[in-house]
Design a protein around this ligand. Structure first.
Ligand SMILES: C[S@@+](CC[C@H](N)C(=O)[O-])C[C@H]1O[C@@H](n2cnc3c(N)ncnc32)[C@H](O)[C@@H]1O
Length: 224
């Protein structure tokens, strides 16, 4: 990532997307049908092998990019096993070589495929982070935001404390609405990270942008 300053998110949406409740209800009531890609299944098997018979609590760092946040979490929670996931081999490779953490596993996978595999496996997470997901600010891209995607119904079943950070407050306001529909209360707070947890956070912060955090202390549909 370059060191240049970044512009705040712009969108023709002045507030939460009006079709969001209708879309999420459809997703919550749908069956998951899409089979996972081979490479994600293989990566998932590799991850299960790495966990082995260890019983440490788990942390999911979804969309971890180059993995800086995963390493920070591995340092902050030495008794936990941290799993950082990103679909970009390029980003993960850029962070490779900085590992050296016995409690950290970086995994290349598409989370649209991985979340359902995790739910089926019955693994429960103690903490789950999605830090600075792509905002997809065009209204027509609502279905690409995590809370507007079919996989939302799996994503909320991981359990534990759930946190999403963004520089676009509307993204979190939408997440809050969708979590409420799924039966869970979440709060949104402005944050002043010091030090920043991720490279995107550092860049947005250095650009003077407001940063926000959605937190849900106990995950919604935890293990129905
Ligand atoms: C804006 S970057 C944020 C990276 C990092 N969390 C940070 O704050 O520096 C969003 C990341 O989400 C990843 N991503 C997007 N869609 C994904 C998917 N379906 N599965 C896994 N990772 C995905 C991208 O590859 C990218 O690294």
């Amino acid at each position: 990532m370059s060191n240049s300053l970044s512009r705040a998110v712009t969108s023709s949406q002045a507030g939460p997307h009006p079709r969001l409740p209708e879309i999420v209800l459809r997703h919550l009531n749908a069956e998951h049908l899409k089979p996972a890609a081979r490479h994600t299944k293989d990566a998932f098997a590799h991850m299960l092998h790495w966990i082995g018979d260890r019983k440490n609590p788990l942390i999911m760092d979804a969309c971890c990019g180059v993995g800086d946040s995963s390493r920070n979490l591995a340092d902050a929670f030495p008794d936990h096993l941290v799993i950082g996931v990103d679909k970009s081999a390029h980003r993960l490779e850029r962070g490779a070589g900085h590992n050296g953490h016995e409690n950290l596993f970086l995994l290349r996978a598409d989370l649209n495929d991985l979340y359902p595999l995790l739910v089926t496996s019955g693994l429960i997470f103690d903490r789950h982070y999605i830090l600075y997901p792509n905002p997809w600010p065009k209204p027509g891209h609502l279905g690409r935001r995590w809370h507007g995607a079919p996989v939302f119904r799996d994503l909320i079943k991981l359990g534990g404390r759930f946190e999403v950070r963004s520089n676009w407050r509307i993204y979190l306001a939408e997440f809050q609405i969708v979590l409420d529909i799924a039966g869970t209360e979440a709060s949104i707070n402005r944050i002043f990270p010091d030090p920043p947890l991720t490279p995107f956070e550092a860049k947005y912060h250095a650009s003077g942008q407001d940063l926000w955090q959605l937190v849900c202390e106990s995950h919604p549909a935890s293990r129905k």
